[in-house]
Write a protein that binds this ligand. Structure first.
Ligand code: ZN
Length: 446
């Protein structure tokens, strides 16, 4: 018994030493009282539903080490929830998004329909019917499964051109993300619809660069003005590579969406997805996962700031499933080391693309982008790998003591963070289908 307690105490001490070592200034930030006192019992006029795709408790723990202090959401944990889909123990993002948007389970791959193909009403659509404005923000294509689940209804998540058509025809007022190609005639096959032209005819102001987004004219959503921002042909760049593009950050898109939507006196419903945490998880790319989590946290900070000022805004932060079965620590070590990922300046994919034909420059490329001097056997593992990118990610993850158990999603339970009015009502253990029901209750939606 004593021995066991000793082990617990020891590992706790190591965790804290890891945290303080990785911080230049070990002082803890002040999170006291943020938000909780703001009209906790009032109705949520506005909701910002923030989804870090693929993010689970192990991401949260590694992220704390990476950052060197608590994340902004840590103080606002209210519960956890299960994620299984109608036909699988492990969900995909379509079934998870549909559950989180409609309160009903569906099969993997299906967007906004039940397993029999019946259309499900989403909480965004219900908020629109209640007179509120709405928005979708993502770093993937805006037609990707998670954002699509809130305003489209299709049998197959891959049918992104049909999703684009439905999004343009929907009541959504603000859409910001990637996926311009899905709205252009080439992608429409025989339909030859130019959905961008159609969107402009339907009062959408259209922007394509960060500069254009930061300089949009005064839009009045109450008067029918809408905003469509598509900043890349396909997905936006990973946060690690964004500075070489003309794309806005997730927090800039979030801030602009809030600015536009808050003009609606009846309130708004905004969905913000940190889409690529999931893609990083599939690639077991720990640095990409952490840097995109940091970009997502900046967006959450914008949402919390607005909610704190406003006092009538509920912010719900919930991943849709775990990706990669990330672990916090690996066997053979009792320490955490994710803080070294802060030095990484490229994804594994990008580093692999810089290798020459015989991969004789592995140590130069990896050191240039990570600051790590590789050992002979690490170089050899990359040299001999079928997939150099994955091998680079594996070496970096091992150095960071971040483990992975899968290249797909897992069935891990997901932490639920809530800030603002009614947040205490989210306390407890839930299923993903409970989330939109609790949000609807906080909004007093029928
Ligand atoms: Zn995924």
């Amino acid at each position: 018994m004593f021995k066991k307690l000793g082990v617990v105490a020891l590992s706790g001490a190591l965790v804290f030493s890891g945290l303080s070592l990785s911080t230049t200034d070990a002082a803890k930030p002040d999170y006291a009282g943020k938000g909780k006192e703001n009209g906790n019992n009032g109705k949520a006029e506005n909701v910002i539903y923030m989804i870090p795709d693929g993010f689970s408790a192990n991401y949260a723990a590694n992220y704390r080490v990476y950052k060197g202090e608590e994340a902004i959401w840590d103080d606002h944990l209210e519960g956890m929830f299960t994620t299984y889909s109608a036909n699988s123990d492990i969900t995909d993002s379509a079934a998870a998004g549909t559950a989180m948007a409609t309160g009903s389970k569906t099969n993997n791959g299906v967007v906004g329909l039940d397993p029999k193909g019946n259309e499900l009403k989403t909480i965004l659509e219900a908020a629109e019917e209640d007179g509120r404005s709405s928005g979708l923000v993502a770093t993937s294509t805006i037609t990707h499964a998670t954002p699509a689940s809130f305003a489209a209804h299709v049998e197959d998540r891959n049918d992104e051109t049909e999703i684009a058509r439905q999004l343009v025809a929907s009541d959504v007022d603000v859409m910001l993300g990637g996926g311009k190609n899905k709205f252009l005639p080439e992608a429409q096959g025989e339909h030859q619809l130019n959905l961008l032209e159609q969107a402009k005819e339907q009062d959408f102001e259209f922007v394509e660069t960060r500069d254009e987004l930061m300089n949009i004219s005064d839009l009045d959503v109450e008067d029918g003005d809408r905003l469509l921002g598509l900043f890349a042909e396909e997905a936006l760049a990973p946060e690690l590579l964004r500075e070489d593009t003309e794309e806005p950050s997730l927090s800039e898109m979030t801030e602009t969406a809030i600015d536009v939507l808050e003009e609606d006196k009846d309130g708004f419903f905004l969905v913000v997805e940190g889409s690529q945490i999931d893609w990083a998880g599939h690639d077991n790319d720990a640095a990409w996962a952490m840097s995109d989590t940091a970009a997502f946290e900046e967006a959450v900070e914008k949402a919390f700031e607005f909610a704190r000022e406003d006092g009538k805004t509920l912010v719900v932060v919930a991943g849709d499933h775990d990706t990669g079965g990330m672990t916090t620590g690996t066997s053979g070590s009792m320490e955490l080391n994710a803080n070294i990922l802060k030095n990484v300046t490229a994804t594994g994919d990008q580093m692999a693309a810089q290798l020459n034909g015989d991969r004789s420059n592995i140590s130069e490329v990896v050191e240039a982008h990570t600051g790590l001097r590789l050992a002979e056997q690490e170089i050899q593992s990359i040299q001999e790998a079928d997939d150099a990118s994955f091998a680079i990610n594996t070496v970096i993850s091992e150095r960071a003591l971040v483990g992975w158990t899968s290249t797909n999603h897992t069935g891990a339970d997901i932490p639920l963070y809530v800030y603002g009015p009614q947040s205490h009502k989210f306390a407890g253990f839930h299923d993903n289908t409970d989330l939109p029901k609790m949000i609807a209750e906080a909004m007093k939606l029928k």
